[in-house]
Design a binder for this molecule. Structure first.
Ligand code: GDP
Length: 486
């Protein structure tokens, strides 16, 4: 190993702390970026590169289509098929999803999402999470292609790499139903139905009478087989909340769609700003289960507070979940304060922009050549307030950095040179010194020795635990950099 002359034992392999590696990088004239975020929050486990070795999982299917085309009826009929005859209760509770066995294929099933209004579906999509493998587009044979039919077609087209389409022409039992006409209309919309040599299967069904539903299930199963859906059954949990409610005797419960990992009673989960030590896992048919498979939905009890529909569910050790939760809550608190600060900022920014426009108008009046010169000098003379941000948790560091980043204009602005969690350290001071910048310490201290080091090196340390005071101080520092104008 290279002799770096920093008084470190280099005779054997060991882990370097972020602080030490920063110092090392500086020693070699490099610009270190310390990212502590990963250590403070729980993230989804990485997706396996080679999926072929993973176990198969059931497809997750969403039924979509125009209002009154029969989605609810179809789901109800399918749901009743999900309960084996003679099973306790004989009815399935409505929990946001249910599982239908594929006839003649032992162990194979399909998970249908039946979240009202697809609220969770939209929320998950908004977060960029594609949980649906197959969309069943329901089109009523007596009504044809309607606005929401087109919306679904567009949605699937956009997400074509991850989602397959199956068309179900519904209400074929109705007199006057014309399935062929609907097929033609779908073709005109660019849906390449198999009937016309394309690859989108189309099944004629009646949600009311149950006609064609076996074929629909079979077709979905075939499409899923081609998708070759596989997921890690072991390891950390990654899933999404479909629905949640407070249930008598159980407290907050949430239907979780498991995408990957092993979810068992006793698992420690984090979801948004709440956590759970899983007490009970209940299947859609009301049975208590010990293990959930990826691609299945389950009711989870044991939450401290009610999780939100569409929120991501992850697992970790008890300590990891606790730490991540503190971090998320802290971040949210700061962001809430910042929203108030933002409102003030907008007013000030508008004022500044108005002043700048006035100045520009003055320059324009003086004539073109001077204006070019003025613009050139603006570019040349842009001043930077270089700032190193330290904070108590990564959430606060991120929020503070994000907030002060926007301070300034085309003449002087803030530049974040580094961020980190914890007390101000020697390497922070050296880093700020090298960049001729300053340090912001949010809710963290600088030990006495570091304070005197900073004073000696002429590195200002701005410390506060009140976000808007900090913002004001930074603004003042930026204003000091502004050239004196008329
Ligand atoms: P959604 O708005 O898409 O969920 O549609 P619904 O399932 O609420 O159905 C709207 C209406 O169409 C209801 O009056 C249903 O009874 C009726 N309907 C649904 N499916 C069928 C079907 O296959 N055949 C007939 N004849 N009527 C149906």
């Amino acid at each position: 190993m290279t002799q770096v002359g920093m008084g470190t034992d280099t005779s054997h392999d060991h882990m370097l702390s972020s602080e030490y590696s920063s110092l090392l990088a500086l020693e070699f004239g490099r610009d270190p970026v310390v990212d502590d975020e990963a250590a403070f929050d729980i993230h989804p486990p990485p997706v396996a590169k080679d999926k072929s070795a993973l176990p198969s999982r059931p497809p997750v299917v969403t039924i979509m289509g125009h209002v009154d085309h029969g989605k609810t009826t179809l789901l109800d009929t399918l749901r009743s098929a999900s309960v084996a005859k003679g099973e306790a209760g004989g009815i399935t509770q409505h929990i946001g999803a249910f599982s239908v066995p594929v006839k003649g294929e032992v162990g194979r099933s399909i998970t249908f999402l039946d979240t009202p209004g697809h609220a969770a579906f939209s929320a998950m999509r908004a977060r960029g999470a594609g949980v649906t493998d197959i969309v069943v587009l329901v089109v009523a044979a007596d009504d044809g292609v309607m606005p929401q039919t087109r919306e679904v077609i567009d949605l699937v087209k956009k997400d074509g790499d991850n989602v397959s389409l199956v068309v179900a022409i519904n209400k074929v039992d109705k007199p006057g139903a014309d399935a062929e006409k609907v097929e033609q209309a779908l073709l005109a919309e660019g849906v390449q139905l198999e009937t016309f040599g394309g690859d989108v299967p189309c099944v004629h069904v009646s949600g009311l009478t149950g006609r064609g539903l076996d074929r629909l299930v079979e077709t979905i199963s075939l499409v899923a087989e081609m998708q070759d859906l596989r997921a890690e059954k072991q390891g950390p949990v990654h899933g999404y909340v479909l629905e949640s409610k407070v249930q008598k005797g159980l407290g907050p419960v949430a239907t979780v769609l498991l995408l990957r990992g092993s979810l068992t009673p006793g698992s420690h989960l984090i979801c948004g700003h709440t956590q759970a030590k899983v007490r009970l896992l209940t299947s859609p048919s009301g049975q208590q289960i010990k293990l959930v498979q990826p691609g299945e939905a389950v009711v989870v009890s044991g939450w401290k507070e009610l999780p939100g529909a569409g929120d991501e569910v992850l697992s970790g050790t008890e300590a990891e979940v606790k730490k991540a939760l503190v971090n998320r809550i802290r971040k949210a608190e700061i962001e809430a304060t910042l929203q108030d600060v933002d409102a003030i900022n907008i007013t000030r920014r508008e004022e500044r922009e108005r002043r700048e426009e006035e100045l520009q108008a003055k320059r324009d009046r003086r004539g073109q050549p001077q204006r070019v010169e003025a613009e050139k000098s603006d570019v040349d003379e842009i001043k930077e307030l270089r700032v190193l941000v330290k904070g108590d948790v990564s959430g606060s560091v991120e929020a503070v950095a994000g907030a002060i980043q926007g301070i300034g204009n085309h003449l002087a602005k803030v530049k974040i040179i580094a961020t980190g969690v914890g007390e101000v350290t020697e390497s922070d001071v050296m880093r700020a010194k090298a960049a001729e910048g300053m340090i912001i310490a949010f809710s963290v201290k600088a030990p006495k020795a570091i304070e005197s080091l900073a004073a000696g090196q002429e590195v200002p340390i701005l410390s506060s635990s009140v976000i808007y005071r900090l913002m004001d101080s930074v603004k003042n520092e930026v204003i000091k950099l502004l050239p004196v104008t008329i």
